[in-house]
Design a protein. Sequence first.
Length: 347
Amino acid sequence: MKAMENWNTKVLPSDDESIAQAAALLQAGEVVGFPTETVYGLAANAYDTKAVAKIFKAKGRPQDNPLIVHIASLDMLSPLVSEVPELAKKLAKAFWPGPMTMILPKSDRIPDAVSAGLSTVGIRYPSSETARKMILASGLPLAAPSGNLSGHPSPTTAAHMLHDMNGRIPMIIDGGECEVGLESTVILVKPDRVRLLRPGGITVEMLEEICPVEVDNGVLHAVAPDAKVASPGMKYRHYAPVAEVTIVEGSLPAFDRYMQQQARDGVYAMVFDGDEKGLPVPALPFGKEGHPEDQAYRLFDLLRKCDDLGAKKVFVRSPDQSGIGLAVYNRLLRAAAFRIVKLEDEE
Ligand code: TXA
Ligand code: MG
């Protein structure tokens, strides 16, 4: 690991001059950190196997976990895939640019390093202006995973990304806080329906306006390490702070009583705004109850804060699973390694 920490990582504002510098680095086969509307990504030329290898090295990412490819116009799509099914066209029209990644049959131009040997490739057309400008300035489709060290929460600010990548990459473009805060919705496109592999900002309810949606078992359930999964990313523990995270189901009074038993140094509670009163441990407010957008926006920052605070255990009130709440719950399940406590209400 030490050998690669030799960059003096620059954090530059998202102006035209910095974007031109980023584009030059990408064309020269280097990696660059950049903002999107979901999370920060670590980009490289998707056609350049050596450049793509630098992404895996900087993140410490397992080689069998494929990367998604970012485009900034529909014209960029056809060289990357072997076909564009009618349903994919409809979904693109409805949700691109935006936080949706479609898994499609790949073309021969996609190197194995990007697809991890699969016959498919994930394509995303981000809505972030900085992301789009960077893709257009480089003139390249950009392979980019989230810009965290493998296993850490995805970065939603340039500071998060610098924390993980300082010395490991030449540059990060700072576009401020990411609007959504959780990674894109990943769907496998079938002829007449889609399979949801990772929930995100384009919700099941939104997709259902276009076609039927099957939710993959891996969205809400742990998969065995040796299981054959639709999306390799499902296998890995994710988004985990050093602290042990537990999801707690039940009413607020039941939660408060439970926290009385758990209270000791290093224990924190992630609760909805306004529910901090009467808690015997420090609270990390998690957005208003029933406002899953707030929770999506704050989740990864809070998980990183847990590490800054030296938290040993964090108990989280289980959020609502509708809309983007399903994505919040999916990330929390992984942060908690599927640890859930169900509380009964007292008579
Ligand atoms: O919002 C996002 O999607 C961010 C920003 C930077 O665009 N990117 C991102 O990439 O979250 P990453 O690599 O951290 O997550 C991509 C997920 C992984 O779980 C991966 O396993 C899955 O998508 N994936 C990629 N290609 C796939 C494929 N061909 N088939 C199935 N799953 C795939
Ligand atoms: Mg990731």
